[in-house]
Design a binder for this molecule. Structure first.
Ligand code: CMC
Length: 432
């Protein structure tokens, strides 16, 4: 890979570490926003020690030019551009191009890109038979992960020659697969994509149109969908993105690696939280608005219940995406003439939690999942599809991160170490 002109990792200083009487100089590397890290690449070779960091709380797994987050200040930027700016002025395909190719496209470039993405929207007719095999009540995330993995059997990737084409295919086809997964769950006929519609309209058409009726996408719904997709588009080395890089690091192809990312996203602590938030708000509603009960349960160390949509590994201040979505929820519901009592419940719950010592002490603020579900509901998206919507938004980020890894001249297979704590042969002798 060309060494990126933006990659400003510098090695100016070093830190000394004393281990068993041996002193080692660890290089300090500094990123372009001033973030610092100790480079421990040679630690084991020189000292026999590894670092121990369960959950990778304090581990930088790579250097990356794609996304910058300052969790203390609540900053999120894609390729240097603040999320607030993109939220107002960019199209989702602009953001896809920006993340994957490193800069915003010109008008001609985005036109060609959109044409390509539209052209590849259909899926092979044989592929439709996959959907026959799933039970009616299959969760759409399971269907999405397995059908995206199955794309690799239709488009095997030899070397990286056809990578650009496979990127276009994936961007185009994943929304068709997502909409088909939904149609399968309702028993309605699949709707083929319409090439006269833009990205968001086409997805809504495949989700909500039925052959017997005409369908015109609503402008407010299309714009909200654009915003939601952009806000989810990348978030540096989160669980699913690290999974995509991990799988990709073995040499696995793009589709399979992204399918693994979808699987990681489905969990309730990650993307699956958006579905859990709505289920939680509905429980509170069913409990006559007894917020205290749920806040108490979330604080109870013996219960595994959490306030879904609260807390973040990186943000120790407001999640900037949640701020945008909170404001947007009011606007969208107004525009669509919807009065959703869950929005009021969410606002009150937020207010109560943000006054509570437990949440204050731990810096637990609403994250992107807290208000997104309320907007998805207003757009008519069923709860079981919320995490699929997250995956559609995150797709360009996964692709960009996978591509960056594979184009890095220093790319190596991801392979963490461990501290073994199991039985030893001596224990076995002692009958332990
Ligand atoms: N409700 C109650 N307590 C919480 C919550 C919560 N939502 N989040 C964190 N805590 C507590 C946690 O119990 C721990 O307390 P203590 O120090 O007493 O043991 C402390 O706060 C630190 O939490 P942690 O689990 O060590 O933090 P983490 O960085 O490992 O986990 C998290 C981050 C997002 C998984 C977690 O905050 C959480 O489970 N939140 C709820 C699920 C959620 O909303 N996930 C979506 C994340 S944003 C979208 C995405 O990128 O996936």
């Amino acid at each position: 890979m060309e060494f990126s002109p933006y990659r400003k990792v510098t090695q100016m200083t070093s830190a000394k570490i004393d281990l068993n009487g041996k002193t080692l100089d660890l290089p300090v590397i500094t990123g372009s926003e001033g973030e610092k890290a100790l480079d421990i690449t040679h630690l084991r070779k020189e000292t026999g020690y590894i670092t121990y960091d369960p959950g990778y709380v304090n581990t930088g797994s790579c250097s990356s030019d794609i996304t910058f987050i300052d969790g203390e200040k609540g900053i999120l930027r894609y390729r240097g551009i603040p999320i607030e700016e993109l939220a107002v002025s960019a199209s989702f395909l602009d953001v896809c191009y920006l993340l994957i190719y490193g800069r915003l496209p010109s008008e001609t470039e985005v036109g060609e890109f959109a044409e390509q993405v539209t052209h590849h929207t259909m899926i092979h007719e044989d592929f439709k038979r996959f959907f026959d095999g799933y039970p009616m009540n299959a969760h759409p995330m399971g269907v999405l992960a397995s059908t995206v993995a199955a794309l690799s059997t239709f488009y095997p990737q030899g070397g990286n020659n056809d990578l650009d084409l496979n990127i276009l295919r994936l961007l185009a086809k994943m929304k068709t697969l997502a909409a088909f997964a939904y149609k399968k769950s309702t028993g309605q006929p699949f709707m083929y994509p319409r090439n006269d519609l833009n990205f968001e309209e086409n997805f809504l058409y495949m989700m909500f149109a039925v052959p017997a009726e005409s369908y015109e996408p609503n402008k407010a719904i299309v714009d909200s969908l654009r915003l939601l997709l952009i806000l989810h588009a990348d978030h540096e080395q989160n669980c699913s993105t690290s999974t995509v890089r991990m799988v990709g690091s073995s040499g696995a192809n793009l589709f399979i690696s992204i399918a693994a990312g979808i699987a990681a996203l489905s969990g309730r602590l990650h993307g699956g939280a958006n579905q859990k938030v709505i289920e939680m708000l509905e429980m509170i509603q069913g409990d006559n608005g007894d917020y205290e009960k749920y806040v108490k349960m979330a604080k109870d160390r013996k219960s595994d219940f959490r306030l879904f949509g609260f807390g973040h590994r990186v943000y120790k201040n407001f999640d900037p995406r949640a701020k945008i979505l909170k404001a947007s929820a009011d606007k969208v519901l107004n525009e669509l003439g919807i009065d959703d009592p869950l929005l009021e419940i969410a606002k009150e719950l937020e207010e109560i939690a943000l006054k509570d010592e437990f949440f204050l002490e731990r810096n637990l603020y609403p994250n992107v999942d807290f208000y997104s579900g309320i907007i998805y509901r207003a757009l008519g998206i069923p709860t079981s599809m919320f995490t699929v919507m997250f995956a559609l938004g995150r797709l360009p980020g996964w692709i960009a991160q996978w591509k960056e890894l594979r184009e890095d001249s220093k790319w190596r297979i991801y392979r963490p170490r461990q501290i073994y704590t199991g039985r030893t042969p001596d224990d076995l002798k002692d009958g332990v």
